[in-house]
Design a protein around this ligand. Structure first.
Ligand code: FMN
Length: 325
C-alpha cells in the first residue's frame, strides 16, 4: 500500500482522523516514535520545511520521513511564498514516502509573517491563489493546506474556502484563530463548522483540543472529518488512544501519577542527548513542559518552579509534586 492509499483508507473510515500537529522543534522523529508507544496518531505532519530560492530540504526533518517510525502516513509541510521554490520543494519531497504535501498558511511568528510567509500570506489572498494553483499542478499526491481564519480578521476564511475548492485541495486543516491572536482567546469552532459545510474536501479542526471529551464535542459541533492535535498530545500522549476508546464506547485509560512521571522520563530521554551537559538537557525539556500547565491544579506554581530547575533530579522532583493522577 502506498502512503497515499494508506491516507485514503484512514480518511474513508467512520472514525475521525486523528493527526499529530506539526510543531517545530518538537515533532521530530524521536517524538513521533514516543507517541507511537502510547497509541499514537493516525497521521503525522512534519515540522515545516523552509522553502525559498536558496533552500535545501532540511536533513533533520527529512529523516523523519525517510526513517518514519510510525507505520502511519506522513504529510510533509512547507512554508514559503516563492512559487518556483515551492514547486521545487514539492517535487523533491514527492521523491520520498509521503502521503501529502501541506502548505503552511498559519505560522504566527513575526519573523515568518513579516516576510509574507505562513500566516503572513493571509494578508495577500491573490498570492495565496497563485501558490495554490502552482502547487496543485506540481503535486500528484495529496495536496493539503493548514490555515488560520485570517490575518487579523475572521472573514478571510470565507474568501479562502472557494479558492481551496477551486484548486482541488485534498484536505484543509483549520486552526480556528486569527494569526494576530497567536494562541490567545477561544477557538472559533463555529467558523470551522461553517467552512467545513462549504468545502468539498475533508476538513480537520485544530486548536485547544485537550481531552477526549473536548474531541468528541468539537467533532460533533463542526462535523469535521477529523482533528489535529498539538500541545494536548505533548502533555498527554495517551490522548489519541483515549479519544478512540471514548468514541467507541470503551473504558478510557486513565494514567496514574506513576504513568505520567514515566512519560516525562521517556520524554527527557527522547529530547536530550547524553553528550550535552545537564543544564542544556534540562533547558531543552522545559520547552515541552511549558505546555503541561492546563492539566495541573496549580499551573502557575508548576511553571514557576519548573522554569527555575537546573538539574534533572530537581526537575523530576517538581514534576512528582505537581503531576497527580
Ligand atoms: C511549539 C510549537 C511549534 C509549532 N510549529 C508549527 C509548524 O511547524 N507548522 C504549523 O503549521 N504549525 C505549527 N504550530 C501550530 C500547531 O500545529 C497547532 O496549529 C497549534 O498548536 C494549535 O493546536 P493545539 O491547540 O492542539 O496545540 C506549532 C505550535 C507549537 C506550540
Amino acid at each position: 500500500m502506498t502512503p497515499v492509499q494508506h491516507f485514503e483508507q484512514l480518511l474513508a473510515r467512520r472514525e475521525p482522523l486523528l493527526a499529530l500537529a506539526p510543531m517545530q522543534d518538537v515533532t521530530d522523529l524521536g517524538f513521533w516514535r514516543l507517541m507511537t508507544r502510547y497509541g499514537g496518531a493516525d497521521v503525522y505532519y512534519t515540522e515545516y520545511f523552509r522553502v525559498h530560492p536558496d533552500s535545501h530540504l532540511e536533513k533533520d526533518i527529512l529523516t523523519s520521513i525517510t526513517h518514519n517510525p510510525t507505520d502511519r502516513p506522513v504529510v510533509a509541510q512547507m512554508i514559503g511564498n516563492d512559487i518556483p521554490s515551492l514547486i521545487r520543494g514539492a517535487r523533491e519531497l514527492q521523491e520520498h514516502a509521503v502521503a501529502a504535501i501541506d502548505l503552511n498558511l498559519g505560522c504566527p511568528a513575526p519573523v515568518v509573517y513579516k516576510k509574507c510567509a505562513g500566516g503572513g500570506l493571509l494578508r495577500d489572498v491573490p498570492r495565496v491563489e497563485g501558490i495554490l494553483g502552482a502547487l496543485r499542478e506540481a503535486v500528484s499526491i495529496k495536496f493539503t493546506v493548514k490555515t488560520r481564519l485570517g490575518f487579523d480578521d475572521t472573514e478571510t476564511i470565507d474568501v479562502l474556502v472557494p479558492l481551496f475548492a477551486k484548486h482541488g485541495v485534498d484536505l484543509v486543516t483549520i486552526h480556528g484563530r486569527t494569526v494576530t491572536q497567536m494562541y490567545r482567546d477561544g477557538v472559533r469552532y463555529d467558523l470551522i463548522a461553517k467552512a467545513k459545510a462549504s468545502l468539498p474536501c475533508p476538513v480537520l479542526a485544530n486548536g485547544n483540543v485537550g481531552s477526549h471529551g473536548e474531541a468528541e464535542a468539537v467533532v460533533r459541533q463542526t462535523g469535521v472529518h477529523g482533528l489535529m492535535i498539538g500541545r494536548g498530545a505533548i502533555r498527554n500522549p495517551w490522548m489519541f488512544e483515549q479519544i478512540r476508546q471514548h468514541l467507541s464506547g470503551q473504558a478510557v485509560f486513565q494514567p496514574t501519577a506513576a504513568d505520567k512521571l514515566a512519560y516525562i522520563e521517556a520524554l527527557y530521554e527522547t529530547v536530550t542527548t547524553p553528550q550535552t551537559r545537564e543544564l542544556d538537557q534540562v533547558n531543552r525539556i522545559k520547552k515541552h513542559l511549558n505546555f503541561f500547565g492546563p492539566d495541573l491544579d496549580d499551573s502557575t506554581a508548576f511553571l514557576h518552579e519548573m522554569r527555575r530547575c537546573t538539574t534533572r533530579s530537581g526537575l523530576m522532583e517538581v514534576c512528582t509534586r505537581h503531576l497527580k493522577a
